[in-house]
Ligand binder design. Structure first.
Ligand code: CA
Length: 405
C-alpha cells in the first residue's frame, strides 16, 4: 500500500502538479502515522518503556531524502579502480599516517587488548568517517523509521529502529545523540544500532559506550567487532599476486579456499616477485580474487579479509581497507598489476542483457535482475570455458558483445 502511495506521488507530480503532490504526501504521512502506532505497540511489547517511545517518536515524520538515497540504484555502478582512487587517496593516506602517530599509545593498548592490528582500525576509521570529520547528521530514529516504513530495506529498518530504542532505554546515548548516516550508521566507524548493542565498548570506563566522541571507545568498539568477526593479529589481510601464463581462471573463484602451498604449487607468486612462502604461513587458507577479471590484478586473501567483509560486504571496500592499512603503516598499498581502466562498468540494462544472453544459451545465471552475483558469475565462467576464453566470470562490455554475437 505504502509503496503504491509513493508511486502515486511520483505520478501525481508528473501529471497533475504540486497541489496533487501535497495531497498525496499528506496521505503518505497519514499512512506512516498509522504504521508508527503499530510499531510503537511492538516496541512496548518488546519491553521499551512508554517514556522512551514517546520521546523517541515525538514529531517524527518521513524523511523523503532517505528514500531518494535508498532508491538510488545508480545506472552505472562504479568501477573498482575509481572507488579505490577515492578511498585510498593521497589525502586519506597522509591523514592516516598522521593519526597512527598521534594516537600511537592508545592504538597500542587497543591492539594488545583485542588482537587487531592498529592500521586496520585506522583504515576503517579513515574510510567510514574520514577520521571523524564526517559522522553524518541524520536523525537516526527518523532515518530508520523511514526505512522501516517502506521500501526495499524495511526488515533492516525495523530491526535497527528497535535497536536504536534499546540504546536509549539502556542509557547508552540520549535520543538526540543518535545521529548518523541516512541508513542509521553512527559514530566514527559507523556502527548500526544492532552492531553497537552487540559490540560497542566503554574503553575509558566512564560508563558510556561513546562512539561519537571518545576515540578510546571508538577504537575498542571497532577492534572488538573485528575480533568477533574472526580477525587475527599479524596474519595480514592477503597479498597481491601474479598468476602464471595459461592459469586456469576457474580457480579464481572467491568461493574456493586453499592453503598457500597449494597456490604456490599452482605457480602463484608475489606480484613483486617475492616468495610467498617466505612471507606468510604456508598453511594459511586463502581465496584467489580477480576483481576486474583476467586483465586486472590478482589477490590472495586470508581470513582477515573475510572479517573486514563482515563490516561491509563489498570486495572493493575490503580491498580499500586492506590497501589503506598498508599505507597507514608506511608500507606500500600500491596495486602493481594494472587495472583495465578502459573497461567501462556495465549499465543495469546491459547487466540484464548479459544474464538474458546466458539464459538463451542454456547457461542458467538465476533471475535476470541485473545483479551480477555468484549465480551469474558461475554461469559466465561455464560459458567462457566452453568458448575457450579465460574463465574469470568477469562481466565486461566485450564479453557482453561476444555473448550477443
Ligand atoms: Ca566511554
Amino acid at each position: 500500500m505504502a509503496r503504491f502511495l509513493r508511486m502515486t506521488i511520483a505520478l501525481a507530480t508528473a501529471y497533475f502538479g504540486a497541489a496533487t503532490t501535497a495531497t498525496a504526501q499528506q496521505a503518505e504521512q497519514t499512512s506512516f502515522s498509522n504504521w508508527l502506532n503499530s510499531f510503537r505497540a511492538e516496541a512496548a511489547a518488546a519491553g521499551i518503556s512508554q517514556d522512551v517511545i514517546d520521546n523517541a517518536f515525538e514529531g517524527v515524520t518521513i524523511n523523503q531524502r532517505v528514500y531518494e538515497l535508498n532508491d538510488n540504484q545508480p545506472e552505472f555502478s562504479r568501477a573498482i579502480w575509481d572507488y579505490l582512487d577515492g578511498a585510498v587517496s593521497e589525502r586519506r593516506v597522509t591523514d592516516g599516517r598522521a593519526k597512527m602517530a598521534e594516537y600511537a599509545s592508545l592504538l597500542s593498548v587497543i591492539e594488545q587488548a583485542y588482537g587487531v592490528d592498529r592500521e586496520i582500525i585506522v583504515a576503517i576509521w579513515g574510510l567510514e568517517s574520514s577520521y571523524g570529520a564526517i559522522l553524518g547528521n541524520y536523525d537516526a530514529i527518523q532515518a530508520l523509521a523511514t526505512l522501516a516504513f517502506e521500501g526495499r530495506r524495511t526488515g533492516y529498518g525495523r530491526s535497527q529502529l528497535m535497536g536504536a530504542l534499546k540504546i536509549i532505554q539502556n542509557g547508552y546515548a540520549s535520543r538526540d545523540e543518535l545521529k548518523g548516516s541516512w541508513a542509521g550508521a553512527m559514530g566514527h566507524t559507523q556502527f548500526i544500532p544492532t552492531t553497537y548493542l552487540a559490540y560497542a565498548i566503554d574503553h575509558d570506563g566512564d560508563g558510556r559506550r561513546d562512539i561519537w566522541n571518545n576515540l578510546g571507545d571508538v577504537f575498542a568498539s571497532t577492534a572488538n567487532y573485528l575480533s568477533a568477526s574472526g580477525y587475527r593479529e599479524n596474519e595480514g589481510w592477503g597479498v597481491e599476486v601474479k598468476l602464471p601464463a595459461g592459469f586456469d581462471y576457474s580457480q579464481a573463484d572467491a568461493a574456493k579456499k586453499k592453503v598457500l602451498v597449494e597456490w604456490t604449487a599452482a605457480g602463484v607468486d608475489g606480484a613483486d616477485g617475492s616468495d610467498l612462502l617466505a612471507r606468510f604461513d604456508p598453511n594459511i587458507r586463502a581465496r584467489l580474487r580477480v576483481p576486474a577479471g583476467a586483465n586486472g590484478p590478482a589477490f590472495l586473501t586470508f581470513g582477515n579479509f573475510d572479517a573486514i567483509l563482515k563490516y561491509n560486504r563489498s570486495t572493493a571496500y575490503a580491498l580499500a581497507i586492506s590497501l589503506l592499512s598498508e599505507e597507514a603503516a608506511n608500507r606500500s598499498g600500491a596495486v602493481i598489476g594494472g587495472w583495465p581502466r578502459s573497461d567501462r562498468p556495465l549499465a543495469l540494462e546491459e547487466r540484464k542483457a548479459l544474464q538474458q544472453a546466458l539464459t538463451d544459451r542454456g547457461y542458467d545465471p538465476g533471475p535476470v535482475d541485473g545483479i551480477i552475483g555468484a549465480g551469474t558469475k558461475r554461469a559466465l565462467r561455464k560459458w567462457q570455458k566452453d568458448a575457450g576464453l579465460p574463465a574469470d566470470g568477469y562481466a565486461s562490455a566485450s564479453i557482453l558483445a561476444r555473448l550477443q554475437s
